[in-house]
Design a protein around this ligand. Structure first.
Ligand SMILES: Nc1ncnc2c1ncn2[C@@H]1O[C@H](COP(=O)(O)OP(=O)(O)OP(=O)(O)O)[C@@H](O)[C@H]1O
Ligand SMILES: [Mg+2]
Length: 248
């Protein structure tokens, strides 16, 4: 994806200022920066989920595979289906584990019968490392799982719809260290098949799992580059202070 000179306003609030950024296929790009700097706003611009907020305005262009996703001909609900969204707080549907995984894929027409549904469910639960944990309780509600399992279920649900890009907004912030480690390993695996953009407040996590990192401050993209460079050789004092934990 390519973000070109994007400005974004909520009413008078100028939340993103001339942001330009490339997001590469099969890489993990981490968005980092202090609270309120515009990370979630940018993530939501990428799949046009800001469109549904009243009184917002965007300038600039965002390209997916070279195509401007804000062109008038683009149908936002169809566009959004090309993305998976993993929220901060796991949000499984109050239905069975099985239905959770295949619901979106069914809507998209990716499964048309029970056998295909079972195959897809098993494949996606394997992909998130959960098959053995839940194979004997596929009919029980997704909401009965532990927080970490719920988040992996949400990732299984997202990948079942075959998205091109996975957008994750602080996916581990509600999880304990063990569950966080499982999600981090999963992100590492998933980037072989998907392009991932992840917002995180955890600098060790950003350093561990991303190949590129973008540091924001007050709506401005201050630095972007290889994660190693951002963490080891930041070019600005602001970024250096932030990644070393001196502020933010
Ligand atoms: N719906 C909204 N209406 C008005 N202002 C908003 C709205 N959403 C976000 N903002 C403002 O836009 C700015 C950027 O917010 P955003 O949520 O993108 O920050 P963030 O970097 O994700 O922060 P955090 O790390 O706390 O999640 C903030 O000043 C925020 O108050
Ligand atoms: Mg946010």
């Amino acid at each position: 994806m390519r973000v070109e000179h994007v400005d974004f306003w909520y009413g008078d609030k100028h939340a993103l200022k001339d942001v330009s950024l490339d997001i590469y296929r099969n890489e993990v790009t981490a968005l980092i920066g202090p609270s309120g700097c515009g990370k979630t706003t940018l993530l939501r611009c990428l799949n046009r989920s800001n469109d549904i907020i009243p009184n917002v305005r965007m300038e600039g262009r965002i390209l997916l595979d070279g195509e401007d996703i804000y062109r008038p001909e683009i149908d936002p609900p169809l566009l959004r289906r090309r993305f998976g969204w993993i929220a901060q707080k796991p949000n499984p549907f109050p239905w069975s584990i099985r239905t959770n995984v295949i619901y979106g894929a069914k809507i998209k027409g990716l499964v048309t019968n029970r056998r295909e549904g079972d195959e897809l469910m098993e494949k996606c639960l394997h992909a998130v490392g959960m098959w053995d944990e839940v194979k004997d309780r596929l009919r029980s509600p997704g909401t009965d799982l532990s927080g970490g399992q719920q988040q992996r279920l949400c990732i299984a649900r997202a990948i079942a719809t075959e998205p091109e890009v996975l957008l994750m907004d602080e996916p581990c912030s509600a999880l304990d260290p063990g569950a966080t480690a499982l999600i981090e390993n999963l992100v590492d695996e998933l980037c072989k098949d998907y392009t991932i953009v992840i917002v995180t407040h955890n600098m060790q996590q950003a350093a561990r799992i991303s190949q590129r990192a973008a540091f924001f401050h007050l709506g401005t993209l201050v630095e972007v580059g290889d994660t190693k460079d951002i963490f080891v050789r930041p070019k600005t004092i602001r970024c250096s202070d932030f990644v070393s934990g001196r502020y933010g």
